[in-house]
Design a protein around this ligand. Structure first.
Ligand code: PMP
Length: 406
């Protein structure tokens, strides 16, 4: 395993640096992962050789750009086992994908008295769009509570599901405290009452394979930058039947079939929802990220990350005055904690002085922070390239910080 991880790490240029005189221990992967050589190379190759706008021109560069851009769509469709490439809509990321569903689907499908069900675990991007849509449509937003362990209260969730529920929007894993939700079970329950389901898979993609058809999700949103790909790029997967119900939300080039000065008709899926010149380079680089992920043994990666999580959990639990927020039995490789004596921001700053990158704050999950009555936490999150030595450095440094503030 160590040799395999050494070889893997060698492919990530950003991991080779020192920060504040120490080798970088990058433990902020839930925010964004580092990028392997092939993803960076794909970006360079596009801008150095193939740069042209896609879909329209007949010249050679435009042909290459279009081939690679649409090739990325095919690779992503295959990676998530979408029934067709028409189900894969390119967006700026998870946030835009969820907003696309909110504005082009929910806004037209929901009315007075309908309900959208989320959970207390959600990222702001899976809360705020629904608040906006509820204001416009008169629909009501409900949230299933979490238990003290950070697990979803499934009995309460079931109690909130009814024939009024038109959409259940739920994260696969909490970015703030790591809880993995029983998404497949929730989809089955939601479909029984006739609700559609959107899965926020932002935290899922780098850690396990996702088969959208087996899951039977209606919509799935994710970001490339959390799965070793570029920033500002992501995907909305939608079943054809729900995408056909949705109305275009941004008008412009590429999304139309015909335009007169009076009216327009729409392009086929998925282009109907992709107005304007797209993010060509980042789409192609996301194709490279998918190739990278497919070159990994994802089961072995998941086991490795879970070992790091266990090591971190045990080590941090032994620190005086430290409390881990989120102790669900099924967690993504994320450990979130607070200390009696030190503020998360101070802990984060001191860890950075030791070359250790973690995230501090509310992690775009303010309702969840309120639920646990903390202003924020320190969060360490692990990826395929992290090592037991890095986790040991984290634990040692936190022990030292605890002594400093005692
Ligand atoms: N949902 C979850 C669970 C996330 O972790 C994130 C990113 N922190 C998002 C949504 C938003 O992703 P993006 O900022 O890439 O749109």
């Amino acid at each position: 395993m160590t040799n395999m991880i050494d070889a893997l790490r060698a492919r990530f240029p950003a991991l080779q640096q020192q920060v504040n005189g120490q080798p970088l221990a990058y433990l902020d992967n839930a925010a964004t992962t580092q990028k392997p050589d092939t993803v960076i190379q794909a970006l360079l190759d596009y801008y150095r050789q193939d740069n042209a706008n896609v879909h329209r021109a007949v010249h050679t560069l435009a042909g290459r750009a279009t081939r690679d851009y649409e090739g990325a769509r095919d690779r992503i469709a295959q990676f998530i086992n979408a029934a067709s490439r028409e189900n894969v809509i390119f967006t700026r990321g998870t946030t835009e994908a969820i907003n696309l569903v909110a504005y082009s689907w929910a806004r037209h499908q929901l009315g007075e008295g309908d309900e959208i069900l989320i959970t207390e675990l959600e990222h702001h991007s899976n809360i705020v769009p629904w608040q906006l849509i509820c204001k416009e449509t008169g629909a009501v937003l409900k949230a299933a509570p979490v238990k003290d362990s950070g697990e979803l209260d499934m009995a309460a969730l079931q109690g909130l599901l009814s024939s009024r529920t038109k959409l259940v929007a739920i994260g696969d894993a909490s970015n703030a405290i790591g809880t993995i939700n029983p998404v497949a079970e929730i989809i089955t329950l939601a479909h029984k009452v006739g609700a559609r389901v959107l899965v926020d898979a932002a935290q899922a993609m780098a850690h396990h394979s996702l088969d959208v058809q087996a899951l039977d999700a209606d919509f799935v949103a994710f970001s490339a930058h959390k799965m070793y790909g570029p920033t500002g790029f992501g995907v909305l997967y939608g079943k054809t039947e729900v995408l056909e119900q949705a109305q275009p939300w941004q008008g412009g080039g590429d999304m139309i079939e015909t335009v007169t000065l009076e009216e327009s008709t729409w392009n086929a899926l998925p282009y109907r929802f992709e107005a304007g010149t797209p993010n060509i380079a980042d789409a192609i680089a996301t194709g490279a990220a998918v190739d990278f992920m497919q070159s990994l043994d994802l089961n072995a990666v998941a086991e490795h990350e879970q070992r790091l999580l266990q090591q971190a959990t045990e080590g941090l639990n032994a620190v005086d005055g430290l409390r881990i927020i989120g102790t669900a039995p099924k967690k993504a490789a994320i450990v979130s904690f607070v200390m009696d004596t030190a503020h998360p921001q101070d802990i984060g700053t001191l860890l950075d002085e030791n070359g250790i990158a973690v995230r501090t704050g509310h992690h775009c999950a303010m309702p969840l922070m309120a639920r646990f009555d903390v202003p924020g936490t320190v969060r360490a999150s692990f990826a395929a390239y992290n090592t037991a030595e890095e986790v040991e450095r984290l634990i040692d440094s936190v022990h030292r910080i605890a002594r400093l503030f005692a």
